[in-house]
Ligand binder design. Structure first.
Ligand SMILES: Nc1ncnc2c1ncn2[C@@H]1O[C@H](COP(=O)(O)OP(=O)(O)OP(=O)(O)O)[C@@H](O)[C@H]1O
Ligand SMILES: [Mg+2]
Length: 230
């Protein structure tokens, strides 16, 4: 099937990078969630990535349904249109997505308490390996949660096209946050960082632009942090 779906150019490098840590900071409306959802659905549908499975993580498990799960199913519908059912099996309880051609699967988890964390240690997929983790609103997690997740990505991969990667998406936070120290304050060959603002999102509407301009006048400091990501 020929996949034709629009992307923002600004995310091109991010979608191609194979480094272990893909860290994507962006102001509200910068296009992070739509981009990453489309990126994963296309990759997971591709036979070249057969054997890949994705774990999606948020602080609170119950918040997946209306955010990450909704984004990923919307991406399936945009990409496959009325043939979505032929290619993807969407399960609501528990939340799960499975590509019917590749067998690649997406599952969703929280890290809110000890029970959640224990569950992360026993994740297994019937086919293939856990290779990708997407942490949405990553700044809500504790640094130790990320280390638990990181530990899950190990072992020799059967398919040479596969690679281990944790992706983080989040809005800018204070300069003292662990995520800044862990990924932005050092340079390392395994770390890719990315910044985006609503100005790079060609799909944002005019009203949103005007709202941000008003914010710039009324609350310049807030605009600098949340609008420009500076
Ligand atoms: N590739 C795209 N194709 C079509 N529309 C898009 C695309 N990327 C972004 N948009 C539009 O821009 C809006 C904002 O994008 P998105 O929700 O991905 O931003 P975000 O960076 O995740 O914002 P937040 O930080 O608030 O979660 C989307 O609701 C959608 O309308
Ligand atoms: Mg988002």
């Amino acid at each position: 099937m020929n996949v034709v779906v629009p992307f923002n150019r600004h995310f091109k490098d991010a979608n191609q990078i194979r480094k272990r840590y893909r860290v994507m900071k962006g102001s509200a409306g910068s296009g992070k969630s739509v981009n990453i959802a489309q990126d994963y659905i296309i990759k997971l549908s591709d036979m070249r990535y057969k054997g890949a499975n994705l774990l999606v993580v948020r602080k609170v498990d119950a918040t997946h349904r209306n955010s990450t799960f909704a984004e990923l199913t919307a991406a399936i519908n945009r990409i496959f249109g009325d043939r979505a059912d032929e290619y993807w099996k969407v399960t609501q309880s528990p939340l799960k997505l499975q590509n019917k051609i590749t067998g690649n699967t997406v599952i969703f988890r929280g890290v809110n308490d000890a029970r959640d964390r224990e569950k992360l240690k026993s994740i297994n997929f019937p086919k293939g390996k856990l290779v990708w983790i997407w942490v949405e609103e990553a700044t809500e997690l504790q640094e130790s949660d990320v280390d638990i997740l990181d530990d899950r990505l190990r072992g020799v991969l059967p398919n040479p096209n596969l690679y281990y990667q944790i992706s983080f998406t989040f809005n800018p936070v204070s300069a003292s946050h662990w995520i800044k120290r862990k990924y932005f304050d050092i340079e390392h060959e395994d770390i890719f960082t990315h910044h985006s603002t609503y100005l790079e999102n060609r799909f944002i509407d005019e009203a949103y632009h005007r709202r941000m301009m008003l914010r710039k006048q009324q609350d310049p400091d807030g605009y600098r942090v949340y609008g420009l990501n500076a």
